[in-house]
Design a protein around this ligand. Structure first.
Ligand SMILES: C[S@@+](CC[C@H](N)C(=O)[O-])C[C@H]1O[C@@H](n2cnc3c(N)ncnc32)[C@H](O)[C@@H]1O
Ligand SMILES: [Zn+2]
Length: 183
């Protein structure tokens, strides 16, 4: 494609975008609605490098260490595609990588033919931050690494999928009881 056409195409793509990138109160940068968005709209595709689970574990470990040294770095940019593969979304052309997690999100994800779409499941107002449930399973050994700062009334304090909130709450209750016994 001619360079001029390439630039024009990029401009048109940007105009069509339903989101804009801004600093977020939750963490680093985030995506925000550029206009009112109706429920059920595909907003952005989560793209990146297709990697095996073994590659994924290595990349995740390195990224976590980077984030521990530099707070502006996100801890996780890997998206589970299926039982065999993940998507490493830590590439500049993947704007979806900047979406933050919330315990009261307005988007969810939909995987169709190996494409990961981030989709609104509520009507969203212009200016609202776009968030989704990262789907992190509750793991008693590492949930503390992922503190949630979504600030919503439903916030459980950690980035753990809503499906596992009961497990998380049971675990925290046990911890509190053990602390009470010990004092
Ligand atoms: C995919 S990145 C999201 C983009 C990130 N804000 C950035 O500027 O790179 C994921 C990382 O962002 C941070 N993050 C996302 N949602 C968060 C939340 N609700 N509370 C605290 N940190 C969050 C965590 O470090 C998480 O591992
Ligand atoms: Zn939260």
């Amino acid at each position: 494609m001619l360079p001029l056409l390439g630039t024009l195409r990029e401009k048109i793509d940007t105009m069509k975008q339903l989101y804009t990138v801004k600093n977020s109160k939750l963490h680093g940068k985030g995506l925000f609605a550029k206009c009112n968005i109706k429920a059920g709209t595909n907003i952005v595709e989560y793209v990146g490098e297709k990697i095996t689970k073994a590659q994924s574990d290595r990349i995740a470990e390195i990224q976590l260490k980077k984030a521990q040294k530099n707070r502006e770095e996100g801890q996780v940019y890997i998206f589970t595609l299926n039982d065999k593969y993940d998507i490493n979304g830590n590439v500049s052309y993947n704007k979806a990588r900047l979406m933050n997690h919330s315990c009261n999100p307005n988007c969810d994800t939909d995987i169709v033919d190996d494409k990961i779409w981030i989709r609104s499941f509520k009507d969203i107002k212009k200016g609202d931050e776009l968030t989704y449930d990262y789907g992190f399973s509750f793991d008693p050994d590492d949930f503390r690494d992922h503190v949630c700062k979504c600030g919503s009334r439903k916030c459980v304090g950690f980035i753990v999928t809503e499906n596992d909130w009961k497990k998380l709450k049971r675990f925290l209750m046990k911890l509190i009881k053990n602390c009470e016994k010990a004092t």
